[in-house]
Design a protein around this ligand. Sequence first.
Ligand code: 13P
Length: 330
Amino acid sequence: MPLVTSTELLAAAEAGNYGVGAFNAINMESAQAIFKAAEEERAPFILQVTQTTLGYTEPEELVALIKELAKKSTVPMALHLDHGRSFEKVMQFLAMGFTSVMIDGSLTEDGQGPRSWDENVEVTCKVVEAAHAIGVPVEGEFGMLGQIGGDLKGGEGALTDPDLAAKFVETTGIDILAVGVGTTHGLFKGKPYIDHERLKQIDAKVKVPLVMHGGTGVPDEDVRQGITEGIRKINFDTGIRVSFIEAVAGEIHAIEKEWDDADKSGGVRKYDIRRVLKPARAAMVDAVRDRMRVFSSSGKADLGGACSAKADPAKAAERAREAEVAKVLE
Ligand code: 13P
């Protein structure tokens, strides 16, 4: 199935009042797990990659794998850059065929400190101009998310101000807005406090779909309530990592016992990487499926008929052929 843009997925989610999961992939197993979960749940989804992931693997290698998986997928999905931090980085991902990008202008390029309003607006506008020229929607961020292991409330100043958020969307022309309403990236210390009042106020003033970053550890009832208050994209990463690492740790523990037994009985130790990776991949499938159900995106693969032409591979192929013929006739 051809990739769609995040705008198409989020418009259908708005019409159907559900949330679309945006799941981070860093390697073959996590990408495969996300596609498998979506296929089993019949859930539209966003697969996202951060620019820092690409310090771990060559961009083209991971993206080529994801595109292969997308060809076989029978549910609509968008390929999204998560937390692009500079104009240049976003351009690199657009050149690789991403159908959605985020410019996180709320933080400096190294992610260590806040950018000023003017700096955020400047870099976001530049990205919007370039991405829109090729029909790719842009997610921007205004207000700050808490950081890994940080305090829960983060302070008033860190959360998104509804009036300024509306001004930010209008000034920059972004298509999707990431908001700070109390979530943090990574695991929470204790029970998180989600500022639903603020979220409702933002939704009343901002006319684009809203994003909940830091989806891991947000109680299901807060996620569901957030969806009724305008959240359409929910980012989920750490929960995938947790399921992977816990499964790996469990397998390694069992393997070490088997090695001990083999050593004692004069047997041979066995080394099979798949023994560890298979259950880890299965655990990631379960983690992603679980979120898709909570987001109510399960069973929404036809996007409510909103973009059935795009979701139909036969129609898409026909359109591609027509375009080829038109080129020859020119
Ligand atoms: P978690 O890692 O907390 O799920 O957040 C993911 C995220 O927001 C990616 O941008």
